[in-house]
Design a protein around this ligand. Structure first.
Ligand code: SF4
Length: 330
């Protein structure tokens, strides 16, 4: 199987996801964009909102990124921003920093010219209504022009009935990626209207989606990306990279790439007064004193819980101040 270069890095969790805009010229019924992101112009590097471009480099550094995937919304609606960020990334990390761009437009040759040398791989997302006539579509014209300009070029679509119509395009592509159709808060009503159901209670995959792609998977250029794989491998590997770069000495890194630590909130509300207890017993790098709390190794907090008056709990969260997963009081 020939995997897109961008996918190889994604599988290692080494790709930063750069979301450049929530605006889009299309309104696909299956659009997975969250309500918070849809229609906005906020930029996100992985899950971090970006105010200034330097934060993009910081996030890429945090995860030792080897590449970046540019997504949206529709990235070509803000091409200037895309080229600015790509230039920044290529200048900072070198030309080997692999960049792929996802687009639901068929890029014009002038747009391809602007991205040349900055974007390495383009993933076209032709709308379902043009799959039957893909060979006569603008997308195929763009694919040929992109190839001639030296881009790696592929199609990336969600698994929907009718995927077989894309087979005639394969000779013109480097790859065809099929993403398992995913249930989300913003497309749930549309899914129900069409009679789709969740395959199980754990993942967001749709019952039957794999079957629509199965026949195509025998083609060498076709790659199936399951919802479970995205969660269990790509995300976990990315979190681990971030955790190893950003964890404090007392944070425990789990096999899922989350971090676990303990929090002590003294009854008095004054952490510096309580800090003497820690200073007498523990190594300086096994805790940190904040104005109203002390953060430390969860096992140290558990061991000394009875000697400390106030609230004590163990936190599991995504690394680098990311989303909270679980809070367990001691
Ligand atoms: S092209 Fe992508 S971002 Fe735009 S509406 Fe369709 S799924 Fe959503």
């Amino acid at each position: 199987m020939s995997l897109a270069k961008g996918c190889v890095l994604c599988n290692q969790g080494a790709k930063m996801v750069l979301f450049v805009t929530g605006r889009c010229h299309r309104s696909c019924w299956y659009c997975p964009l969250s309500r918070e992101r849809k229609g906005t112009d906020t930029v996100f590097a992985n899950e971090q909102a970006v105010d200034i471009p330097a934060q993009i480099i910081q996030e890429a550094e945090n995860m030792s990124a080897l590449g970046t995937g540019i997504t949206g919304g529709e990235p070509l609606l803000c091409l200037e921003k895309v080229t600015e960020y790509c230039r920044l990334l290529k200048t900072h990390f070198g030309p080997g920093h692999q960049i792929h761009l996802y687009t639901a437009k068929a890029p014009e040759d002038e747009e391809l010219a602007e991205m040349q040398g900055l974007v390495d791989e383009i993933r076209l997302h032709p709308p379902r209504e043009c799959w039957e006539t893909i060979l006569d579509s603008q997308f195929l014209r763009s694919a040929k022009q992109a190839k001639a300009r030296g881009f790696d070029i592929g199609i990336e679509v969600p698994a929907l009935p009718g995927l077989e119509y894309l087979v005639p395009a394969l000779p013109y592509l480097d790859f065809l990626n099929i993403n398992e159709l995913e249930w989300g808060e913003s497309n749930a009503d549309q899914m129900r209207e069409r009679g789709f159901e969740l395959a199980d209670e754990v993942h967001n995959a749709i019952e039957g989606a794999k079957g629509w792609a199965e026949k195509l998977c025998r083609y060498e250029k076709v790659h199936w990306c399951s919802s479970a794989f995205k969660d269990s491998v790509q995300l976990r590997e990315r979190l681990k990279r971030i955790a190893h770069n950003t964890a404090r000495p007392f944070d425990e890194i789990t096999d899922d790439g989350t971090i676990v630590y303990g929090i002590y909130e003294p009854e008095s509300g004054n952490a510096s007064a309580a800090a003497a207890f820690f200073a007498e017993r523990f190594e300086p790098d096994s805790y940190t004193v904040l104005p109203d709390k002390i953060e430390t190794a969860w096992w140290l907090l558990e061991k000394h819980a009875d000697e400390l008056k106030g609230k004590k709990y163990v936190i599991e969260r995504y690394p680098n101040g990311g989303m909270m997963v679980e809070m367990t009081p001691l």
